[in-house]
Design a binder for this molecule. Structure first.
Ligand code: FAD
Ligand code: SF4
Length: 815
């Protein structure tokens, strides 16, 4: 077997390997990736930042995929040098790996403009400054945004806009600073850029164009930025999104030909190096480098054809830069030139700033040479075709911008070429979609899952639906699986619960055996554990392998494999004795960070798995459940005992609620609050269940509130007369939610879905049943920390994860 080594496990490297595997099995493949993960969809980092998507959902190739395909993945290992003569690569783990064929796919790095104060002599970036390229960057930004209020984003291109929009979700006030005269100047003309600016400002993002950042201010951490015109913008966070540069350091130190990028020929071979190929954003092909994902798919195909010998004549001729994106929620499509360049160029423009719509086309010699669409991209399929293939254009040029009279959907689906790329983010053509439909898949989501189409920025979803409909000749089927409780068992929640009850199924494996033909599905396990515990209480048969790591060790896993421990403090109250014990534990185990949480708890971060039982024993406090899909915390204000405005004893009631419902499993996490008057100091209006004391000894109960990535004020479920009534109603609502919500459906989605009237009626009609089932669940509660003294399995608290040397979490001054 020939040895193929791939440097770079990003979108281009991994896709190239997929293409090679589809053509040949003659290679023993080793992949190096500096990031310690499998391959993820970098485009979706914007969604992770905005909270629209979980990290787990953006992985294209998980770690088991590499093993299943016989690939030796060296994740977290950086290649430092290529020895072209010895035909080896040397990596920062000390290894030297020989190759017969080498692929370089090192991508890009963020461009950081020379701005005073950007760097800190010891830390790299100054405290509070971030780039936006990797999953680690995104995590760091999210962590910081939680605790900070004002951000400046440098750069008003695609990345800057996405960063600005994402940060807003954490309540951060954002100002975008962009040195050119209009936003997205690489894709839009001045008028389009101005309309985009209005759209962005409407979202609450302040925009400064024509503004250059001269310095980042602040001694220990960022306090603001100074613009070149002398103005100062106060902020405590700066995101640099000023562009990218091909990542060619490795190529340069190894003596390979580098100009703006690593120079390759039409077969994607590095110039004068017959056995070294390169692909992706690191390459320069015919003088051109690329910063979007679409060209990578074609490059990967050509490279795979050539290196595998499947088609030695395969050649890449460059990509025409057509972009179709969703930026900060606004649809944008752009191709070719943005404005007329010659006297006889035709320029057709439509602008409706109020609706945020702008469309323009540039026509030269009867051919489309440029188009810009903003806010309404319904004509993008036709325009892309006309641009790519030089199609003849309609005499009435306005038809390029609007569908006049014709049935638009079918037309645009039918008129697309088979080779036309529908999903740029994942490189899926119309032909791929049609073949999948003709292969038997007739649901839109099924076709999307099978091809990955629509799993990127999402701007192509409606076109995919049109194509699937067109290819299935109207016979599109409803996607039943969308309503299943968990993906691996084909039943909706009520039917699933009925089947579990009827079959007496008390363990996850029993459910898979009886209801899924014995096929275990990893993604379904957590949901099933939660459901079975809810249904069976004490009689549930625990299989630890079915639990997520957090639930196995009752702590929250962190990015470096250590854990965070949150002791229970009911209602946010503690004692000097508890505080002393927490301080002693923090000292004894050298806890790198002690932090107060938003739920009024103390979080000990950076604890090793094997120390968890000892930490619990020393703390001698129960778990605060900061990790599970379960009842978490009740936040309280000081209430009538101490506060001069208080009309109800919120602290006592909060403690009582937490004592009764602690740790109960639920379809998603549950955060509660009780507040002693409508001044609402404990933020009860934005909790899953919030209780507010009002005059006359009464209490209001709100449900379905949220104040995370999604913000919603709860709905008033009822006003009741006493704390005992609050307890009863809380129990009924929680039990009803546990029994009827979909897996991972938070109350802010559940309550509007059910509707308040139906919810009130259900809680009233089945009050006794709900009370009884909740009482059984409460009685079945066991303090999971008891396992600290007697581990349930010998390996429960043995570390299986590669731990890096502590302390990893930087200890901030003052902490
Ligand atoms: C937030 C964000 C949003 C985006 N949105 C869009 C969008 O909407 N549409 C679009 O078309 N494009 C978008 N892009 C751009 C798109 O993600 C890139 O075009 C694409 O990821 C490039 O793929 P690549 O494999 O060339 O580089 P990368 O994905 O950067 O992968 C390169 C990999 O190589 C690794 N590496 C580098 N050097 C070494 C070494 N010496 N040893 C080992 N490993 C190494 C890096 O760590 C990295 O993991 C976005 C990018 C970002 C960051
Ligand atoms: S909510 Fe009312 S009772 Fe509670 S602390 Fe605030 S003002 Fe006092």
């Amino acid at each position: 077997m020939d040895r193929l080594v791939v440097v770079g496990n990003g979108m281009a490297g991994a896709r190239t390997v997929e293409e090679i595997l589809a053509r040949s099995d003659r290679f023993a493949i080793t992949m190096f990736g500096a990031e310690p993960y499998g391959n993820y969809n970098r485009i979706l980092l914007s969604n992770v930042l905005s909270g629209a998507e979980d990290e787990a959902d953006i992985f294209l190739n998980s770690l088991p995929w590499y093993a299943e395909n016989g690939i030796d993945l060296r994740a977290g290992v950086q290649v430092t040098r290529i020895d072209r003569f010895a035909r080896t690569v040397r990596a920062d783990d000390g290894s030297v790996t020989p190759y017969d064929k080498l692929v370089i796919a090192t991508g890009s790095r963020p461009y950081v403009p020379p701005i005073d104060g950007m760097h800190h002599p010891r830390r790299g970036f100054h405290q509070g400054v971030f780039a936006f390229r990797t999953l680690d960057d995104t995590r760091a930004m999210i962590r910081y945004a939680h605790d900070h209020d004002r951000a400046v984003v440098i750069g008003g291109g695609l990345l800057g806009l996405e960063a600005a929009r994402g940060l807003q979700q954490y309540g951060v006030e954002v100002t975008l600073v962009h040195s050119p005269t209009h936003l997205m100047n690489a894709q839009l003309d001045e008028q389009g850029g101005a309309i985009l600016r209005r759209c962005v400002q409407k979202l609450g993002i302040a925009v400064e164009v024509n503004a250059r950042t001269a310095a980042i201010l602040g001694r220990d951490a960022v306090t603001g930025v100074r613009l070149a015109d002398g103005r100062t913008l106060p902020c405590d966070m700066v995101v640099v999104a000023a562009g990218i540069r091909p990542n060619v350091d490795l190529a340069e130190v190894s003596g390979l030909p580098v100009e703006r990028g690593l120079v390759v020929d039409d077969q994607m071979r590095v110039l004068d190096e017959p056995d070294i190929y390169a692909v992706g954003e690191c390459v320069q092909h015919r003088g051109q480098t690329y910063g979007l994902v679409a060209p990578l798919w074609e490059q990967a195909r050509v490279l795979a054809d050539h290196v595998s010998g499947a088609n030695p004549k395969a050649a890449y001729h460059g990509s025409r830069t057509a972009t179709k994106l969703k930026v900060a929620g606004v649809d944008v499509a752009a191709m070719g030139v943005t404005a007329p360049e010659r006297d006889d160029d035709e320029f057709v423009v439509f602008a409706e700033p109020r609706r945020g719509v702008y469309k323009s086309v540039v026509i030269r010699d009867g051919r489309l040479v440029g188009a810009t669409l903003l806010g309404d991209v319904s004509k993008v399929a036709f325009l892309l075709q006309a641009f790519d293939r030089g199609w003849p254009l309609p005499e009435e040029r306005v038809r390029l911008l609007f569908d006049l009279g014709a049935p638009p959907a079918q037309e645009s689906a039918a008129e697309l070429d088979d080779a036309a790329q529908v999903c740029n983010c994942n490189g899926v053509s119309k032909g791929d979609l049609v073949a999948t439909v003709h292969g038997g898949l007739k649901t839109v989501s099924g076709v999307m899952d099978a091809t990955r189409a629509g799993k990127g920025c999402g701007s192509c979803k409606s076109l995919i639906a049109q194509i699937v409909e067109w290819a299935a000749d109207g016979a599109v089927e409803e996607d039943e699986s969308a309503s299943w409780y968990v993906p691996g068992v084909p039943l909706k929640k009520p039917e699933l619960m009925a089947a579990i009850r009827a079959g007496g199924l008390r363990s996850v494996s029993a459910v898979f055996d009886a209801l899924a033909g014995g096929a275990e599905d990893a993604k379904s396990k957590m949901g099933l554990v939660s459901l079975l515990r809810m249904m069976w209480g004490d009689e549930y048969v625990d299989e630890r392998g079915a639990r997520f790591i957090n639930d196995r060790v009752h702590a929250n896993i962190q990015k470096d494999g250590t854990f965070s421990v949150v002791p229970q403090m009911k209602g946010g109250c503690t004692t000097p004795d508890q505080l002393r014990r927490i301080a002693d534990v923090a000292d004894k185990y050298q806890v790198p960070l002690v932090k107060l949480t938003g739920g009024q708890r103390i979080d000990l971060l950076g604890i090793r798995k094997e120390d968890l039982p000892k930490v619990w024993a020393d703390l001698d406090m129960p778990s605060g459940y900061a990790y599970g899909k379960s009842f978490r915390t009740v936040k309280t204000c000081v209430g009538s005992d101490f506060c001069r405005y208080g009309v109800g004893d919120s602290t006592a009631l909060g403690i009582a609620i937490e004592s009764r419902f602690q740790g109960l499993e639920a379809p998603a996490k549950l955060k509660l609050a009780v507040t002693g008057c409508p001044r609402n100091c404990a933020e009860a209006y934005v909790k899953d269940l919030g209780v507010v004391a009002i005059d006359g000894g009464k209490w209001e109960v709100y449900v379905g509130g949220a104040a995370g990535a999604h913000v919603r004020k709860g709905d008033l479920l009822a006003t009741v007369d006493s704390p005992a009534d609050v307890m009863a109603l809380t129990g009924r609502f929680l039990q009803y939610y546990r029994e009827n919500a979909n897996w991972l459906e938070r109350t802010y989605a559940f309550v509007p879905r059910i509707g308040l009237d139906r919810l009130r009626a259900a809680l009233e009609e089945d009050a006794d049943g709900l009370d009884a089932r909740m009482a059984a669940a409460v009685a079945a509660y066991r303090d999971p920390w008891k396992e600290g003294a007697e581990p349930a399995t010998p390996g429960q608290f043995r570390t299986a994860l590669p731990l890096r040397v502590l302390p990893l979490v930087p200890v901030r001054e003052g902490s």
